[in-house]
Write a protein that binds this ligand. Structure first.
Ligand code: GTP
Ligand code: MG
Length: 197
């Protein structure tokens, strides 16, 4: 799919103020600093559509972007960021869960996992939560450029084994790098296939 237009629509912390639109949408979620905002820029081919930072905790709101005038990408705050206060964390959690439970037009949550790391309890719990609530999701392994091909392959295999301890099958997954644009076409192709359903 070619990206002909990508524009910021609105940021807010209240799911009821998200765009009142039936257009299909796709959310990027994962730990702080895993590369959600960078991936949105990579996928859309726009350098600074979503704000990124080397410091975790950059994205703090639900951000909607309208793509090709016909679907939305949603950049969300990261979970599991230790340096924000407990009350801020709770607020985040509340509006993130409200978002997932209320946005019926959200066709797939892309759960981002840093390809360098082992399965972390917080990610496994979050995917468990999505599964229990019937919320469709895929996994996106990020920052693949930071590993040699062999190590990358080994980490993905290890991750699969860890997932299969709790899941009957490995969810659909993509391997990406926002630096080299690895995985761009695959993710866009998958979104296109869901848009057409
Ligand atoms: P929060 O909004 O804080 O939750 O973070 P985020 O998940 O949106 O991460 P963000 O996209 O802001 O990226 C965090 C850092 O990781 C930045 O310094 C990015 O440049 C870097 N980064 C993101 N993706 C990649 C990647 O694929 N490769 C490399 N090498 N660095 C990346
Ligand atoms: Mg971000």
């Amino acid at each position: 799919m070619k990206i002909k237009s990508a524009e910021f629509v609105i940021s807010n912390s209240d799911v009821s103020r998200c765009p009142d639109s039936p257009l299909p949408e796709y959310a990027f979620i994962g730990r702080s600093n895993v590369g959600k905002s960078s991936l949105i820029n990579m996928i859309t081919g726009r350098k600074s559509l979503a704000k990124t930072s080397g410091r975790p905790g950059k994205t703090q709101l639900i951000n909607h972007f309208l793509i090709n005038g016909s679907w939305h990408l949603v950049d969300l705050p990261g979970y599991g960021y230790a340096r924000v206060s407990k009350s801020v964390k709770k607020t985040f959690q509340k509006f993130i869960t409200a978002y997932f439970e209320q946005r019926r037009q959200m066709l797939c949550a892309f759960v981002l996992i840093d390809s360098r790391h082992d399965a972390q309890p917080i990610d496994l719990e979050f995917m468990q939560y999505l599964g229990e609530n019937g919320i469709p999701f895929c996994i996106i392994f990020t920052k693949a450029d930071k590993l040699k091909p062999k190590a990358l392959e080994r980490n993905v295999e290890t991750y699969k084994t860890q997932m299969l301890e709790n899941w009957e099958e490995m969810p659909r997954y993509f391997i990406t790098s926002s630096q080299s644009a690895l995985g761009k076409e695959e993710v866009l192709h998958y979104i296109e296939s869901l848009n057409e359903q």
